[in-house]
Design a protein around this ligand. Sequence first.
Ligand SMILES: Nc1nc2c(c(=O)[nH]1)N[C@H]1C(S)=C(S)[C@@H](COP(=O)(O)O)O[C@H]1N2
Ligand SMILES: [Mo]
Length: 317
Amino acid sequence: MARWSYPRPPSSEITPHAAWLSRRHFMAAASASALAAPFGHTGPAMAQALHTRPGPYQAAETPTPLEDVTHYNNFYEFGMGKGDPSAYASAFQPRPWTLSVEGLVERPRVWDIDRLMAEMPLEERLYRMRCVEAWSMVIPWDGFALASLLKQAQPLGSARYVAFESVVRPAQMPGQRTVLDALPWPYVEGLRLDEAMHPLAFLAVGLYGRTLPNQNGAPVRLVVPWKYGFKGIKSITRIRLMEQMPPTTWNRMDPSEYGFFANVNPDVDHPRWSQATERVIGAGGFFGGGRRKTQMFNGYGEQVAGLYGQMNLRTHF
Ligand SMILES: Nc1nc2c(c(=O)[nH]1)N[C@H]1C(S)=C(S)[C@@H](COP(=O)(O)O)O[C@H]1N2
Ligand SMILES: [Mo]
């Protein structure tokens, strides 16, 4: 395995999404905007404590240090570097905020985020997160099951998929000003309805017992622990139930590299790298850490394998 020196591994090693974008001549535009966006530091110091109870789903591993969880991020709305979200997200205003649940539902509704957080009983979920770039973390999220929100909306019988949309705010998100011709905004994601209703599918409004830091997707983001991290769409404004499979950002960018399902699978390699192992972020130094074997469904197979029955996970990757 390649070695690197502080502060950042070469992008070819750990930012394959970025490597993809650079083929679209993104890099020059991105560095120009970084100079024009001198925002300060943001982080959990500004966050508020949440009243959360321990939930039923926990991972055996040690949580990744808070510093790594909040400073090693993928959030292209703020730039492509792992340090860009923590550097540039402090100007982002996650309140006031509305989240709409619409489409094929009996009761469409536009939620105020604080109202939603007051009405939903918050619980902690310690989940493994496996990025498609072959690194992983273990994160204590605070939030509620996606299913409990969807049930309130009462999905119609015709609903088969759930589409998610991130916010578009180029004035507060420097990456949206520069990546415009490479990545189409808003960032969009989707799940099959049965995946979305699975008890492990989670909407996070906090981490480490505090309101969600901007760089982690404030004020509300999706967490689907058996899928690659890019399914965990951040700063969600809209959830729409649909009959057809919705388009998803990375699948749209390159369907040969990023599937709709994106279930963690050590046996199906990404076309440009192996998925058999992963680098554990924060285990033994900021950018150090061990490498370990990747688990099928990121270790959640016992709970979720039944969702896929006899489906060929190689073709439906
Ligand atoms: N809107 C939006 N959501 C996003 C992304 C993004 O660029 N934009 N990156 C995804 C990727 S690739 C990963 S690995 C996770 C990272 O979440 P974290 O920074 O909180 O660890 O967010 C996902 N959600
Ligand atoms: Mo990712």
